[in-house]
Design a protein around this ligand. Structure first.
Ligand code: ZN
Length: 138
């Protein structure tokens, strides 16, 4: 599964960042994923659950922000959002457009425990993520 490798990369980078910050535990990892990537959030959450036990991110939350696809039309100057199939300018129909957002895959921030060792309230739970994710049609 593609997402296993992605999650491994996210975790490796997060562990490095947390250790560099002097933390021994990670509470939450916040990432952003562009809608034009092929990454499925439910698969990321599944991989996260599978890969974190026994690591410093055990019990941590993976919070995913989805970034809509936007493009800029080089013909008429329109900025617009679209899905991965409709890339043409909706204003003038031009092919000459520049992708602005939608292909991101980045770690936004990593939450580590407070000085007393407790985690702040998570901004999202894996269960919420699973419930709000659109499952692909099989
Ligand atoms: Zn246009």
């Amino acid at each position: 599964m593609h997402e296993m490798g992605i999650t491994n990369g996210i975790l490796a980078a997060s562990f490095d960042a947390a250790r560099n910050a002097g933390a021994e535990k990670i509470c939450e990892i916040r990432i952003s994923i562009g809608d034009l990537t092929e990454i499925q959030e439910f698969a990321l959450q599944f991989a996260f659950e599978a890969l974190t036990p026994g690591t410093m991110a055990e019990g941590a939350t993976l919070a995913v922000t989805h970034i809509p696809a936007t493009s800029h039309c080089n013909e008429c100057g329109a900025d617009y959002t679209h899905d991965r199939f409709e890339m043409l300018c909706p204003e003038c129909g031009a092919f000459n457009v520049t992708q602005v957002t939608g292909r991101e895959m980045q770690i936004d921030s990593i939450e580590t425990p407070d000085e007393d060792g407790t985690c702040p309230e998570p901004t999202a739970t894996p269960a919420d993520g699973l419930l709000t994710t659109d499952y692909p049609e099989v």
